[in-house]
Design a binder for this molecule. Structure first.
Ligand code: SF4
Length: 283
């Protein structure tokens, strides 16, 4: 049976190839509510898309799988079409693994691997766990990008499947974090400490939004938290941009940052300087 026949027989769609900036909307109107989802088996999951040839999401050339579902509501989110399962497509883990196997020799040759991003990789923890285990068995480097908010869901066995965690820490100050994400900062910090205890390689990502996350004290608090964590290989400062604005409009969401300018090179340099002065490797 061909992969597409398999997909039809199981009621799953084809895994959509695309781009993180593609808009996905209402592709699975009958999907379960993301907040109450119990992902016990992980044989099927909801995904936004996958990208080949990414150089942004870990070492080497990678496949990045964008899964659906996220408990945060970041005001600067570039991909609000990943928040709910209903906007993605339901695919089987087997389809994803079959596609990955096809690319595996090239990924190994280019020193790359698989990164699972989103959305939030840890909403569908059984689904992503299956895919990561399969990727490891193919000899691929594995990574997830996560806010860490759901880190308590993850077993040590899950973490053993990972070579790298890209941890988005949206703010150092708890009040700013609440304002940015509508959630609490502490679960992310707890996850970061656990990763440090396990000596798991981490890249911390911080999105720099002018007038929002750029307060010196906010950056300072994050830098002071990260600097002693010896497992953190890099702090990456991501300058805010407006590439996701059209998605907010298309989804009829209230976008508060419509007038916010991109982060200037001077602002990026100041923030990188703050991280470096605190002892972090930052880029
Ligand atoms: S964690 Fe990522 S996907 Fe979720 S709302 Fe924030 S930026 Fe968007």
């Amino acid at each position: 049976m061909a992969a597409s026949d398999d997909a039809r027989a199981s009621g799953a769609a084809e895994i959509p190839e695309g781009n993180r900036h593609d808009l996905r909307h209402d592709l699975s109107p009958d999907a379960p509510d993301t907040a109450n989802y119990a992902d016990s088996e992980g044989a099927f999951g909801y995904v936004h898309s996958y990208e080949t040839g990414s150089r942004l999401d870990g070492p080497g050339v990678r496949i990045t799988l964008f899964v659906s579902g996220c408990p945060l509501r970041c005001q600067y989110c570039h991909n609000p079409d990943t928040w709910h399962f209903k906007d993605g497509v339901r695919v089987s883990a087997e389809q994803v693994i079959t596609r990955l196997r096809h690319f595996a020799p090239a990924l190994r040759a280019m020193g790359g691997g698989l990164t699972i991003s989103g959305g939030e990789a840890l909403v569908q923890v059984a689904f992503t766990g299956r895919i990561l285990r399969a990727a490891k068995s193919m000899g691929l480097h594995t990574a997830i990008e996560t806010s860490g908010y759901l880190g308590a869901r993850v077993t040590d066995d899950y973490l053993q499947q990972l070579d790298l965690v890209i941890l988005d820490i949206k703010s150092g100050d708890a009040e700013t974090y609440r304002c940015v994400t509508r959630q609490e900062l502490e679960p992310t910090l707890r996850f970061a400490r656990r990763l440090a205890e396990l000596n798991k390689p981490v890249w911390v990502r911080f999105t720099l939004v002018p007038g929002f996350t750029d307060e010196e004290t906010n950056v300072e608090q994050l830098a002071k938290f990260v600097a002693p964590l010896k497992n953190v290989e890099w702090v990456e400062v991501l300058p805010f941009h407006q590439l996701g604005a059209f998605k907010w409009k298309a989804l009829s969401l209230d976008y508060q940052l419509a007038e916010t300018p991109p982060a200037s090179p001077e602002l990026v340099a100041r923030v990188l300087g703050q991280f470096r002065d605190s002892g972090c490797r930052a880029r």
